[in-house]
Design a protein around this ligand. Structure first.
Ligand SMILES: CC(C)(COP(=O)(O)OP(=O)(O)OC[C@H]1O[C@@H](n2cnc3c(N)ncnc32)[C@H](O)[C@@H]1OP(=O)(O)O)[C@@H](O)C(=O)NCCC(=O)NCCS
Length: 221
């Protein structure tokens, strides 16, 4: 098994893993087509990192994507770029996905349409619920990571490689949000040196934990 930078050829496998194993939030419910378009923005950005974990068949003739990670090295810059360069394509993909899913469309119109429309129209990213004020210096954000259940715990190391890349790019603080339900990744992050920041809920009411990690020697507590 090894980890490499993701390419556009990996997007459909990455989106499949995301929808299957990270079903929290609105995006995965829009399906793999939308998620792949959203993940493509990470592969295309100087402010983001996309990684895949690859397993080779015994005779080395075939490779399978068994995990992926997308994250940013400067989440503010990435959000600005996402809206500037990918807004139109994401709206188009999102609308197609919603039209094909009438029940989801009804939920969207009831709960999110106003917020999303205002955010996209203004070209600003908005601030997630209960998020503390942004730090002035660039903050990395581990946006999504998932490993195929059959490969978990085998030391794939996607998160460590993402953190190493952030460190080498001079990023000194990284955050993430993860669900707190049983079997969630909370124990993984506690075990691997992340610090609890606070708890909140998603717009759908799912309880989530916010974690942070200092990557520099300077004291930022
Ligand atoms: C979180 C996740 C990506 C971790 O990937 P992984 O490939 O299993 O992690 P690794 O094998 O690299 O594990 C690294 C270390 O964490 C430990 N670890 C892995 N899962 C753990 C868990 N659930 N609880 C405690 N420790 C855990 C490993 O034992 C290993 O420790 P070691 O280095 O001391 O041996 C994977 O469990 C997953 O896909 N979960 C479902 C999706 C998810 O919740 N993603 C997070 C959303 S932000």
């Amino acid at each position: 098994m090894f980890v490499r930078t993701a390419t556009t050829y990996d997007l459909s496998a990455m989106a499949g893993l995301h929808v299957a194993h990270l079903p929290i939030g609105f995006f995965p419910r829009l399906g793999t087509g939308f998620v792949a378009r959203w993940q493509a923005a990470f592969l295309d950005s100087p402010h983001a990192i996309g990684l895949v974990a690859i397993k080779r068949s015994d005779d080395a003739s075939a490779e399978t994507v068994v995990g992926f990670l997308v994250g940013t090295t400067d989440r503010r810059a990435f959000r600005r770029e996402l809206l500037r360069r990918h807004r139109g394509a994401l709206i188009r993909h999102g609308l197609f996905a919603l039209v094909a899913r009438p029940r989801l469309l009804a939920t969207f119109l009831r709960c999110r349409a106003t917020t999303y429309a205002a955010r996209l129209w203004r070209g600003r990213s908005g601030t997630p619920t209960a998020q503390p004020l942004e730090r002035e210096e660039p903050t990395g954000e581990l946006t999504a990571v998932a490993v195929d259940p059959g490969t978990r715990g085998a030391g794939v190391g996607l998160v460590e490689i993402y953190l190493d890349r952030c460190t080498s790019l001079g990023v000194s603080w990284v955050e993430l949000v993860t669900a707190t339900e049983p079997d969630s990744a909370v124990r993984f992050y506690e075990h691997t040196g992340w610090t609890w920041l606070h708890r909140s809920r998603t717009r759908d009411g799912v309880p989530v934990a916010h974690f942070g990690r200092c990557l520099a020697t300077t004291d930022r507590a």
